[in-house]
Design a protein around this ligand. Structure first.
Ligand SMILES: Cc1ncc(COP(=O)(O)O)c(C=O)c1O
Length: 375
């Protein structure tokens, strides 16, 4: 079912169905979609460029803003080269088309990877094999049966539940010709020094590594990027129809994204407060019986062992108190119906106190009551 439409939103609140609520959801992890200097950059760009690039970057749609953003992202994330594309979905297709053009014939994909990755592998003409979720050993077995060159593919951080992929082990098990592709849509801005992403967080060698990400989530703008070696990005530029035959993200959002990267670099405290807020929410969930949450990401998926009906009651009670806890039926989570909460750098201590007030009284069947307490 389509989620209710928002009428207005800030980094931590929204108005919908006629009332303002605090939102613990979405992927605007650093609050950059509403950061004042990012908004100012977007306003200035409107006057310089108008609304749209209006053509492929390979014809007349290339702007200095697109090139500057490419450089800024490449440098910030520590890669040799990068290519901007319209969005994260297209980034996966562009990357796999480039790998197919460079001799890759098969893809080995985590079974819970984002659907755009399987779509991209099929569209790029790769033979597709799936390995068990987060299971490096099974990925290695799948790889063994394939002729080189193959690409191993995973989300670096899974959107549904915040699980972190074993990127270091997956990279280490590659044969000399193979490549690892990480979809870093939920790792970029979240993991690594000041949010530089998964490759930075795990100090992955950039050799035989391709990273794709959206600029619409943590960076709060729009667009996608493929990051890799000079040679892979050149192959992408020359061969990927997903790049060649599409209009790039609007110059307004491109200029906004350049400023968003600068804000991340200038304000280390943004990423620090994302980490602090993630730790607070993980501790809150531990206190009510869920010890499975990884505080390294701001994504929390849980049911506390409660039925879907009880979860709906909690959701309604929270809503009545002005707090929106997204109760989702999105694939890849711990149950058919579950809470998928996220916290951002912009949530204030008062707002997290409200979350604590709403969830702190929930009694999980898996969490014993403190001694002497009555159920
Ligand atoms: C893991 C992952 N990959 C790719 C995408 C696609 O990114 P975009 O929305 O920029 O097309 C998303 C967005 O939903 C995502 O969560």
């Amino acid at each position: 079912m389509t989620a209710p439409p928002l009428d207005t939103s800030t980094a931590t609140t929204a108005t919908l169905r006629g009332r303002e609520v605090i939102v613990f959801g979405g992927c605007n992890y650093l609050g950059l979609a509403q950061h004042p200097s990012v908004l100012a950059a977007a306003t200035a760009a409107l006057n310089n460029y108008g609304l749209s690039a209006s053509a492929s970057r390979e014809t007349t749609g290339n702007t200095s803003a697109h090139q500057d953003l490419e450089r800024a992202l490449t440098e910030f994330c520590g890669f040799e080269s990068g290519l901007l594309v319209p969005d994260g979905y297209i980034a996966n297709l562009a990357a796999l088309q480039a790998l197919a053009a460079s001799g890759c014939s098969a893809a080995v994909l985590d079974e819970r990877a984002h659907p755009s990755l399987a779509d991209a592998a099929r569209m790029a003409g790769l033979e597709l094999h799936r390995f068990r979720h987060l299971d490096t050993g099974h990925a290695a077995q799948c790889l063994e049966r394939l002729k080189p060159r193959a690409v191993v593919i995973t989300d670096s951080v899974f959107a549904a539940d915040g699980a972190i992929a074993p990127s270091t082990d997956l990279h280490a098990m590659l044969r000399p010709e193979d490549v690892l592709l990480l979809d870093d849509c939920h790792g970029f801005c979240v993991l690594g020094n000041q949010g530089r992403g998964t490759a930075d967080a795990f100090a992955l060698s950039r050799d035989r590594l391709v990273v794709t990400t959206t600029l619409a989530k943590g960076l709060g703008c729009a667009g996608g990027v493929v990051l890799g070696t000079q040679s892979l990005i050149e192959t992408c530029r020359r061969n990927s129809t997903a790049y060649i035959c599409t209009t790039p993200a609007s110059p307004i959002l491109t200029v906004a994204a350049i400023e968003a990267v600068r804000v991340m670099q200038r304000h280390a405290e943004l990423h620090e407060s994302l980490c602090a807020n993630s730790n607070r929410v993980a501790a809150l969930l531990r206190s009510i019986g869920d010890h499975t949450q990884d505080p390294r990401t701001p994504i929390f998926a849980f049911t506390l062992g409660l039925s879907a009906e009880t979860l709906r009651e909690i959701h309604q009670r929270a809503w009545d108190q002005g707090v929106w806890l997204p109760l989702v039926e999105y694939p890849g989570g711990p149950a058919p119906v579950y809470f998928r909460l996220s916290v951002s750098a912009a949530h204030t201590p008062d707002q997290i106190d409200k979350l604590t007030a709403v969830l702190g009284s929930v009694q999980s069947p898996t969490c014993p009551l403190p001694s002497g307490a009555k159920p």
